[in-house]
Design a protein around this ligand. Structure first.
Ligand code: ATR
Length: 282
């Protein structure tokens, strides 16, 4: 194929924009898939300041970029900049994936909720979201994607607890009556009824304080998952497993949320395998 000046088309470029960005595992993930499928292309981490985001996004397609991932702190602003937005990105209120269309328009999507559910279905195929209430810890940006996807797959009720209670109340107002807010000091109590338990806070992450919610109420057989994946086996997951719960770590969500983006940009729907996890952990 040639472009209008008769030069061969360069390999497609994608990347991730955030600030900071050095810690991102996404370049390792996408390059693993590019290598696995023998595809031309590259995936580049880019640190961009808030004030420069729009200018950079408008310029990237001219340099051969087919799209980018967006991470903290730009997910909300990227949605505002985009010309077209998927329903799920609108509901979540943030974008994590941008597609640069040939007509120059920026198309925004959010695959975080998809990645969350795909990870649970992949790692725990017999997980039944309708089996009982889900207990969600945290009401920040990540919680929005989790709540919308849990409601979409049919959890009957979400028990939501956050240190700053008004943020949980605001999500209830927005997402509706299937959500019940539980005081942070009572968060342990909501685990007694939960068939699915999700930590969306940063508690338990290397360098962050520990998650101190008492786990005595956890039901044997409940599915417990943690968005924190550093460490991979968080204290929550270890203690839940010791109580007979099924546990799913958060690395899979990171990987599964990237599947639709990779497919759009590079033309192959990639498989998530043990080798994929190993490549991201390396
Ligand atoms: P993200 O986009 O990863 O969700 P965020 O929007 O900053 O990031 O949200 C972080 C979540 O972790 C919030 O639920 C936050 O609680 P607050 O809303 O009260 O801030 C929670 N969190 C962070 N540090 C915490 C701590 N020390 N104790 C309890 N919750 C904490």
């Amino acid at each position: 194929m040639t472009d209008s000046d008769d030069h061969p088309s360069p390999p497609p470029l994608a990347g991730v924009i955030g600030q900071p960005i050095a810690h991102s595992r996404s370049p390792a993930l996408h390059h693993h898939w590019l290598d696995t499928y023998g595809l031309p292309g590259a995936y580049i981490p880019m640190q961009v300041a808030d004030k420069d985001l729009e200018e950079v996004l408008r310029a990237l397609p001219k340099a051969g970029f087919v799209g980018v991932n967006i991470t903290i702190p730009h997910k909300v602003k990227a949605l505002e900049i985009a010309d077209l937005v998927t329903d799920r990105a609108t509901i979540i209120g943030a974008a994590n994936t941008l597609i640069f269309r040939r007509d120059g328009k920026i198309h925004a999507d959010n695959t975080d909720g998809y990645g969350f559910v795909a990870n649970l279905r992949h790692a725990a195929p017999d997980w039944n979201p309708a089996a009982g209430p889900a207990a969600v810890l945290g009401a920040g940006g990540a919680a929005r994607a989790i709540i919308s996807s849990l409601l979409e797959v049919g959890v009957p009720q979400i028990l939501l607890s956050n240190r700053t209670r008004p943020k949980a109340e605001a999500l209830r107002t927005e997402f509706g009556s299937r959500i019940d807010v539980v005081d942070w000091v009572q968060a342990g109590n909501m685990l007694e009824d939960a068939a699915t338990v999700v930590n969306t806070t940063s508690l338990g992450m290397t360098g962050s304080p520990a998650l101190r919610v008492p786990l005595d109420g956890l039901q044997k057989g409940a599915l417990v998952t943690d968005l924190v994946y550093s460490p991979l086996r968080t204290t929550l997951l270890e203690e839940a497993a010791a109580r007979g719960c099924r546990t799913v770590d958060g690395l899979g969500m990171l990987i599964h949320q990237a599947v639709p983006a990779f497919e759009r940009w590079f033309g192959v729907r990639p498989e998530v395998t043990e080798a994929t996890r190993a490549a991201v952990l390396k």
